[in-house]
Design a protein around this ligand. Structure first.
Ligand SMILES: [Ca+2]
Ligand SMILES: [Ca+2]
Length: 184
């Protein structure tokens, strides 16, 4: 049975292969234009920096160099229930220098399109066991973001050789470049 997490809660991930599923719905009628959210991951070492430029996995770089982390591809609308974008993780392949995988969702061209997370509904991140498709952990972002254009949904990190997930839910006004600056 899935464990529903509260913001800040941490739980062990008891699966060597799992999918990070991210879902959202957008209210495009309020802005008129299209509304595109993008999931990305930053694969970090002990120093909280990406191991290399290729360890920033997103719609234009869908696979990490060790093939442990793979992005399902760009969903342009977020329409419908269920995962809108997914990231597959195979811990058996992961570079031993990796200690953290940071999962963020940003709004494509948020500034030009005048969009923010206040117009986003039903957003969640979940961890699904790849061996049997069971949902292990789920975090629904209930916070009412207003001006934020980027949100760190969660992070997966290694402590004493155990991988855990933390429900983060930290928003900011910015985009992918701001995360790149932080983790580079
Ligand atoms: Ca997208
Ligand atoms: Ca959706």
């Amino acid at each position: 049975m899935a464990i529903n997490l509260q913001k800040g809660q941490r739980e062990a991930i008891n699966a060597p292969k799992f999918t990070i599923g991210l879902g959202w719905d957008t209210n495009s009628s309020s802005t008129g234009g299209s509304f595109d959210l993008d999931a990305s991951v930053f694969i970090l070492g002990e120093n909280k920096k990406i191991l290399s430029d290729a360890h920033f996995v997103f719609y234009n770089n869908k696979k990490s160099p060790d093939s442990a982390i793979e992005h399902s591809g760009d969903n342009l609308t977020g329409e419908g229930a269920g995962d809108d974008e997914q990231i597959k993780v195979d811990l058996s392949k992961i570079d031993p220098n990796v200690t953290e995988i940071c999962v963020v969702v940003t709004i494509h061209e948020a500034e030009q399109r005048r969009q923010n997370f206040g117009q986003v509904r039903n957003s969640y991140v979940r961890i699904v066991d790849a061996s049997n498709n069971q949902v292990l952990l789920k975090y629904e972002l209930e916070e009412d973001f207003s001006i934020e254009t980027a949100v760190e949904f969660g992070r997966i990190y290694k402590r004493n050789n155990e991988w855990k997930f933390e429900a983060v839910g930290a928003g900011m006004k910015g985009g992918l470049q701001d995360y790149l600056n932080k983790y580079n």
